[in-house]
Design a binder for this molecule. Structure first.
Ligand SMILES: [Zn+2]
Ligand SMILES: [Zn+2]
Length: 375
């Protein structure tokens, strides 16, 4: 079977630049990587072929030889360019960095340089409940949570104090071992050392060789005014310690604002319902109203109907970003007295008589509309 042309394999022209070559290889390498095509022999074969093609064309001398002599430049020692037997994973690693596993490339996994598999610590989540008053004014809270920290006894190396860290005998320090599957050579992270390339003579008794231990961490948090349920505060580096010197993760504090018995919140607005006497509604007056920032007062104009909503500007929740305060909306509900003294009843009767058939404006328009029901 004739070998396919290297340029055709990579889908580039014969005068493609180094950048174009690399780009073409990257695209195809991701497409045919065995990690993504488990058990697919054809993809495996393609992965091998494009790796070989790229390996030859990226080298100016080899490319020149290939351009002049074709595949025969690399056969049977002719041309003295050496065999084209390359490890496709070596090439993949060289181009993409990482461990040669596609998952490192696609999912941003452990960054791996020189065999040391440092990886960042996990992020942590903490759910914090606060009151509406605290959300309105901002608050400082101390929280306690468990997290993995760098082991204080071994400094994260995992080795018992006084003992040494040795080169892993299974992988010779590279962090990878190879295994043969069919005609493909697979590279995988060394199971003995987990890719670090090092093993521990005597594991640290505190952390069992893991390099991290559990600790209860106390943290003072400044909760800004205006937070709402679902607000997420990030404390950089307060998550779990990294592995083998990797950076620590972050702590995310998720805010939950408790329900309030007087106020209902919607964004930066606060709502509340206040009962008022029917005399105040009729004659007008001033009432005391609760606000999150203390006692306030509200003028009720004469002739206020039940259900009227009044707006108190700037008495709502502060905006988390601008800190400008929203409004408080007050819905008044007119309360009808249930018990009347004899004197009160008499006076009210006199009042009713004085009113006669004279009606109220709301009732008038209502009875006008509902007229046909009474005919
Ligand atoms: Zn330790
Ligand atoms: Zn190893």
């Amino acid at each position: 079977m004739a070998k396919e042309d290297y340029y055709d394999l990579l889908g580039i022209s014969r005068d493609a630049s180094g950048d174009e070559l690399k780009k073409a290889y990257r695209k195809l390498a991701v497409k045919y990587h065995p990690d993504k095509n488990q058990g697919d022999k054809e993809a495996e074969e393609m992965f091998k072929k494009i790796s070989e093609a790229y390996d030859v064309l990226k080298d100016p001398d080899k490319r020149a030889a290939y351009d002049r002599y074709g595949h025969s430049a690399f056969e049977g020692g002719m041309g003295g360019m050496g065999g084209a037997q390359v490890d496709p994973f070596d090439i993949f690693r060289e181009v993409f960095g990482g461990s040669g596993s596609i998952f490192d490339e696609l999912f941003g996994g452990a960054s791996s340089r020189g065999g040391s598999r440092a990886s960042s610590g996990s992020d942590l989540r903490y759910d914090l409940e606060i009151s509406l008053e605290e959300a309105a004014k901002g608050v400082e809270k101390e929280i306690r949570y468990r997290r993995l920290v760098v082991c204080p006894d071994c400094g994260g190396s995992g080795a018992s104090p006084g003992s040494s860290v040795m080169t892993c005998p299974d992988c010779g320090g590279s962090g990878y071992v190879t295994s043969q599957r069919g005609f493909m050579t697979f590279r995988q992270v060394c199971p003995r050392c987990g890719g670090s390339g090092k093993t521990i003579e005597k594991p640290c008794p505190t952390c069992g060789g893991e390099g991290r231990t559990m600790e209860t961490n106390r943290l003072k948090l400044r909760i800004p005014a205006g937070v709402d349920t679902g607000s997420r505060l990030r404390s950089q580096g307060k998550g779990e310690a990294g592995v083998h010197g990797g950076p620590p993760g972050d702590l995310y504090v998720i805010i939950h604002v408790e329900e309030h018995d007087v106020f209902e919140r919607s964004g930066d607005s606060l709502f509340c319902e206040i009962p008022i006497k029917f005399t105040v509604a009729t004659l007008g007056g001033t009432i005391d109203v609760p606000t999150l920032f203390g006692k306030g007062s509200l003028k009720i104009p004469a002739g206020t109907q039940s259900g009227t909503v009044f707006r108190m500007r700037g008495q709502g929740m502060p905006n988390l970003r601008s800190q400008a305060r929203g409004d408080q909306l007050i819905r008044v509900v007119i309360e009808v007295p249930k018990k009347l003294s004899g004197d009160q009843r008499e006076k009210l009767k006199d009042f009713a008589e004085a009113c006669g058939d004279e009606s109220n404006p709301v009732a008038e328009s209502f009875f006008e509309k509902a007229k046909r029901f009474f005919e």
